[in-house]
Design a binder for this molecule. Structure first.
Ligand SMILES: [Zn+2]
Length: 391
């Protein structure tokens, strides 16, 4: 069982990465290591496991056995504590040039364990233009033992100058059976639940895992999928919009609270909190107040992003509902994502036309674009609910 075993349905990518890891071992042993590359770009649709693949490759580079999956090195990579792996994730909506420069400095250090220094840059497409330019310089002249692993949805999301210097790994959306298999065998989820979660998540592994293991995630999904049939009047549309936005806010609040608490505690420990005074800044040594302020700003911008992401996920859930309706209207023999609410789908399919369904899907997609452009969520979602209702 190697670190690549969890990359469900990604045989082609695994083959390339395994060969590259072997070449990397040759380099460490003083050989030529033909086929080793210093910059990689992991692309694939959301849920295809870009970061998982990059992390597995990092383990394969840092493990003396090419990613055995059970030694200390592998373990440290997988839990994120390996000294030679720098894992970065933009905390806010974008990644700044200042953060990138700091990262590049850290990337230039020699590997502490004598193998590689690996930088895993999640959501590299969120780097600002000047940050991307700084990144480009680092990739153009990599220190001999530094490897960059960038992750982005599609190659086109990165500047062509960066893209052309990276070896691109393309991940695909794994099939329902493959995802269900992982849930059943690794997480000991009962087969029926595993199949349901895999279908509902449409190949999105972490989403499938959450659906299989977390009751509150299942409840939120039910609430979202109950929306189409609830849109009987204008008042109901406004109420549904409010519910949807509020659900996204609650989900974001739960996700950020835990993160924030740990970070703030760590920072206060670093700056040597002297007393337990009431004021937030009381007892912090010089410089602590500024660092705390900076941390709070970062946390705020991360909260905005998580909120937006969870609202977007809810909208995609609605899209999957109408896609299923459309499939039924066309009598297409495809697997339905929301087979568990077949009754609702069937009714909607009979009570509307394919043209209406297409128009609805289109309206949701446009709403997602508007939200991406920072339109007030309540207003944007209200508008969409009204157009989902109007036939
Ligand atoms: Zn290992």
């Amino acid at each position: 069982m190697t670190v690549f075993a969890d990359l469900v349905g990604q045989d082609q990518a695994v083959a390339i990465l395994s060969r590259a890891a072997a070449a990397a071992r040759e380099v460490v042993d003083g050989g030529r290591g033909a086929g080793m590359t210093h910059a990689w770009l992991f692309t694939g649709p959301p849920g295809s496991g870009r970061e998982d693949a990059a992390r597995a490759f990092a383990a394969a580079l840092l493990c003396p056995d090419g990613g055995c999956g059970h030694c200390d090195q592998c373990h440290q990579v997988l839990i994120g504590s390996h000294p030679d792996l720098e894992s970065v994730r933009p905390a806010g909506l974008s990644y700044s040039v200042k953060q990138t420069r700091e990262l590049i400095l850290r990337a230039a250090g020699a590997p502490t364990q004598g193998r590689w220094r690996v930088i895993l840059f999640e959501d590299a497409d969120r780097a600002t233009e000047s940050a991307a330019n700084a990144l480009l310089k680092a990739i153009e002249e990599p220190p001999p033992r530094t490897v960059w692993l960038l992750c982005a949805p599609a190659p086109d999301d990165m500047m062509i100058t960066i893209r052309s210097r990276c070896r691109v790994i393309t991940l695909t959306t794994p099939g329902t059976e493959a995802v269900a298999h992982v849930l059943a065998t690794r997480e000991s989820v009962p087969w029926e639940t595993a199949r349901f979660a895999a279908r509902a998540a449409q190949g999105h592994i972490s989403r499938a895992r959450a659906l299989a293991l977390d009751e509150s995630v299942r409840r939120r999904r039910e609430a979202v999928l109950g929306i189409p049939r609830s849109l009987t009047g204008v008042g109901e549309c406004v109420a549904a919009a409010e519910r949807l936005v509020k659900t996204a806010e609650e989900e974001a609040a739960a996700a950020t609270a835990t993160l924030n608490e740990a970070e703030t505690a760590e920072l206060r420990r670093l700056y040597g909190e002297g007393s337990t005074g009431k004021g937030l800044n009381r007892g912090l040594v010089r410089g602590g107040a500024g660092a705390l302020k900076e941390l709070e700003d970062r946390q705020k911008s991360r909260a905005t992003r998580i909120k937006r992401d969870s609202l977007d996920a809810a909208l995609l859930e609605l899209v999957s509902f109408y896609r299923d309706v459309l499939a039924m209207q066309f009598g297409a023999a495809v697997e339905l994502a929301n087979d568990d609410i077949r009754f609702d789908l069937d009714r909607m399919a009979r009570e509307s036309t394919p043209e209406e369904t297409l128009r609805r899907i289109d309206a949701i997609m446009r709403c997602r674009e508007r939200l991406e452009a920072s339109v007030n969520p309540q207003i944007a979602v209200e508008a969409i609910m009204l157009s989902l209702r109007g036939a």
